[in-house]
Design a protein around this ligand. Structure first.
Ligand code: FAD
Length: 382
């Protein structure tokens, strides 16, 4: 269901104001402390950011994909750690339940995820199963009315603060999608422990850690959709949407970086004139603008396809590949335009340069996107 234009514009204005008046001024403090202040988290809740695309019947705003990516273009104007907190709840932290949960699971969890009272987390990756997610080893064995989970998940976003984990686990030994199931595991369940927050290259304030299951018993009602064997397929569908969301974030960040670069180039003088008047600087600005525009169009087109109910596996992978690589190039040029200042932490471009490196790695590396794109393209043409 789409919002009417006026309501959407009001929402976009409110998010834009919040980003510029509250989040951008808090970027340096976030980078230094690695913590999002509680008053900002509360304001994010009040704005509805934790439930943007969750259906209104569960307390969310019910945005369609095009509306969601437009909001994310705005959220991309600031440090991605702010988006990571709320974005996980509308993305990989809730989508398994939205797509494949039972009515009871939806009623139980979606309202609290939409309000931000509960932080969601998506646990697929393991120490020996990253790109090759189908080889995951965390096991779930049936024991009467329960399942018993064992094994370790790695690099799990929001794990240190999450209240609910969507956990992909093996319920059968064969290497096939149907051997993997998804379990909804609540924080505090005996046998579930969370590792220390990982020390990362960037995105201070977005926490990741190991999630360890040691004979962790969950009731059979924790099995997503009440059926074994749907976990892998559900995870891939969750990632289809997640890839569009991350691509939109890259568009927003590239826009911010380009603006910072242009501002610096018009203020900085060398050889008696603003460096923005040198054609070699202009070439970097032009390349960034052209690529940013292309990524924005791709993301909007794929979002509209998804809203029409079309399969967007190919388009989501194209967007993820192009937009994440694009923002890396835009960040690199932004640093270059800043010269030595771009290497100094007092300029935001230095921080964003490190922050955006992640996007080519998580939710499927660039190489995995290339494999998906090639597979879908060959399938469609043979
Ligand atoms: C900050 C952060 C947050 C994360 N959050 C989450 C989360 O919330 N939930 C979650 O489940 N996971 C999460 N991840 C994990 C992330 O999705 C994985 O790191 C990613 O999928 C890559 O897996 P890997 O690290 O094991 O690398 P590997 O799979 O070991 O890949 C290493 C290299 O080999 C390449 N490669 C692998 N297979 C192929 C192939 N077939 N062909 C060509 N090249 C290949 C890869 O592209 C990469 O360049 C997060 C990771 C990070 C760093």
């Amino acid at each position: 269901m789409a919002l009417d234009t006026e309501t959407l514009n009001l929402l976009l204005d409110a998010v834009r104001r919040f980003v510029h008046e509250r989040l951008i001024p808090a970027e340096d403090a976030l980078a230094a402390s690695g913590e999002i202040p509680p008053d900002i988290v509360n304001e994010m809740r009040e704005l509805g950011l934790f439930g943007l695309s969750i259906a209104p019947e569960y307390g969310g705003l019910g945005l369609n994909m095009e509306e969601e990516v437009r909001v994310v273009f705005e959220l991309g104007q600031t440090s991605p750690a702010f988006r990571s907190l709320a974005g996980t709840n509308i993305g990989i932290g809730s989508q398994a339940i939205v797509l494949a949960g039972t009515d009871e699971q939806r009623q139980r969890y979606l309202p609290r995820l939409a309000s931000g009272e509960l932080i969601g987390s998506f646990a697929l990756t393991e120490p020996d199963a990253g790109s090759d997610a189908m080889s995951l080893r965390v096991s779930a064995e049936r024991d009467g009315d329960h399942y018993v989970l064992n094994g370790t998940k790695r690099f799990i976003t929001n794990a240190p603060i999450a209240g609910l984990f969507s956990v992909m686990a093996r319920t059968a030994p064969e290497r096939k999608a149907g051997s993997i199931s998804c379990f909804l595991v609540e924080a505090g369940t005996p046998g579930l422990s969370i590792g220390k927050p990982d020390k990362k290259m960037g995105q201070a304030g977005a926490l990741t850690s190991d999630v360890v299951f040691d004979n962790c018993r969950v009731p059979a009602s924790a099995l997503l959709g009440g059926e074994e064997g749907n976990g892998f397929r559900t995870a891939m569908r969750v990632l289809d949407k997640g890839r569009l969301h991350i691509s939109a974030l890259c568009v927003g960040i590239a826009d911010r970086l380009l603006r910072d670069a242009v501002k610096y180039a018009t203020e900085r003088k060398q050889f008696g004139q603003p460096i923005s008047e040198f054609q070699l600087i202009q070439a970097m600005i032009a390349d960034s603008q052209a690529e940013l525009y292309a990524a924005r169009c791709m993301v909007l087109d794929a979002a509209r396809m998804r809203d029409r109910g079309e399969n967007t596996t190919l388009q989501a992978a194209c967007c993820k590949l192009f937009a994440t690589e694009m923002v890396g190039r835009v960040a690199d040029r932004a640093v270059q335009i800043h010269g030595g200042a771009g290497y100094m932490s007092e300029y935001a471009v230095e921080r964003f340069y490190r922050d955006v490196r992640l996007f080519r790695i998580f939710e499927g590396t660039s190489q995995i996107q290339q494999l998906v794109i090639a597979r879908e393209t060959i399938k469609a043409n043979s």
